[in-house]
Ligand binder design. Structure first.
Ligand SMILES: NC(=O)c1ccc[n+]([C@@H]2O[C@H](COP(=O)([O-])OP(=O)(O)OC[C@H]3O[C@@H](n4cnc5c(N)ncnc54)[C@H](O)[C@@H]3O)[C@@H](O)[C@H]2O)c1
Length: 357
């Protein structure tokens, strides 16, 4: 079992990561002050079918709990489900001592975290991530929901009490979800750790290689990188924006296809290639990364994407300023920085990028 201590200005908390980390749940709950009156497990139907029993056993019947299962899919990170969870929590008598358990991937973590962050002005929650991607989303305290106008447009910063990352849960992930999460691992490596990037390039030759010690090391390093960044900049006033590498275009693609047919990380993978292609100093990294991603089975860009619509969405990105689009670029490996583009200029570059695909 590995423990990484997350330190942010507003809260410090542990991430327990490794096989059977779920066995830590009971002691985490026992150490909470005040002791929770009751718990609410929020999960989705896929994860619930696989791991709800396990989590219920880990609670060891010491606390009364309720369960709400919502449908799977990023389009479920919606106002309707947020409201349904709040109504359920009120109906079941959750109070300010209650604790929410977010059992699932980033969709559930973001939704349940937002429910916890706003229920009665904020109650405690514990992240129990079940996807590779959630090594990123479960740490750092960003929570929220999507709006039809854009991804993650409504939310709060709300840090969990603990993250319990039981890596045996990852074995049931479908391949495309492994690819999705691995894109965020690659992102962490590109912006902050070229040794990790080299290790991954050498050892992850197929998606099946994402297991065992290599996967565990990649997750731990990814969490450490995220920790280093959020320690310095919890509320994204500065360097935290670097974590959005690949996300300006990635989010626009996801919103454009209404969160269907391409996963978050697969969209981010295209976003990273685009960002790397924007500078001649990193164009060669884009070329080799593209080859590697192809070997790993990352899908091509969705068909029939409208470039003007994507640019419009990028203009609405939360990082956009005074009509310009903010992109995270790399000077070289480990050296991210922010660069502003006029919409027309970026549209031209995006057109070239699409033509080369
Ligand atoms: N808060 C943050 O800092 C942050 C960072 C990155 C991404 N995100 C958000 O995370 C979300 C994406 O997260 P995700 O990729 O984990 O998606 P997800 O939570 O939608 O999970 C992907 C799919 O895998 C299924 N699944 C989950 N765990 C499983 C398991 N162990 N076995 C089998 N199936 C399983 C789910 O039911 C779902 O169908 C996006 O909404 C994105 O915006 C948030």
């Amino acid at each position: 079992m590995n423990t990484i201590q997350i330190t942010t200005p507003s809260k410090n908390y542990p991430v327990f990561v490794g096989p059977n980390a779920i066995n830590k749940l009971h002691s985490v709950l026992r150490n909470l002050k005040p002791s929770p009156k009751n718990l609410l497990i929020i999960t989705d139907e896929n994860v619930g079918a696989l791991y709800l029993d396990d989590v219920q056993q880990a609670i060891e019947s010491s606390y009364p709990y309720e369960v709400i299962q919502i449908q799977a899919g990023d389009d479920q990170k919606s106002f309707e489900n947020y409201f349904a969870c709040q109504s359920f929590a009120l109906a079941k008598g959750l109070d300010r001592t209650s604790v929410i358990l977010a059992l699932g991937g980033g969709m559930i973590g973001d939704l349940a975290g937002f429910v916890a962050g706003t229920y009665m002005r904020g109650i405690r929650f514990i992240q129990i991530p079940t996807t590779i991607l959630a090594h990123d989303s479960a740490v750092g305290g960003k929570t929220g929901i999507n709006h039809p106008e854009g991804k993650n447009m409504i939310g709060v910063f709300h840090q969990p009490e603990a993250v319990i990352y039981s890596t045996e849960y990852l074995s049931t992930l479908p391949e495309h979800e492994k690819r999705s999460g691995f894109a965020e691992v690659i992102k962490h490596a590109l912006i902050a750790d070229q040794n990790l990037y080299k290790m991954l390039r050498k050892n992850i030759c197929t998606i099946d290689d994402l297991k065992g010690e290599h996967l565990l090391q990649a997750l731990i390093r990814g969490i450490e990188i995220k920790n280093n960044i959020v320690t310095e900049d919890e509320k994204e006033k500065g360097i935290r924006a670097y974590l959005n590498f690949g996300h300006t275009l990635g989010h626009a693609i996801e919103s454009e296809v209404r969160y269907k047919g391409i996963t978050h990380g697969e969209a981010v993978a295209h976003g990273m290639l685009f960002a790397l292609s924007l500078k001649k100093e990193t164009a060669h990294i884009a070329i080799e990364l593209k080859k590697w991603l192809n070997t790993l089975g990352y899908p091509p860009l969705p068909k029939h994407l409208s470039i003007p619509s994507l640019i419009n969405r990028m203009k609405k990105d939360k990082k956009a300023e005074k009509g310009t689009i903010q992109m995270v670029l790399l000077d070289r490996l480990e050296k991210p920085y922010l660069s502003s583009y006029e919409a027309e200029e970026l549209e031209e570059k995006l057109t070239c990028f699409f033509e080369e695909k």
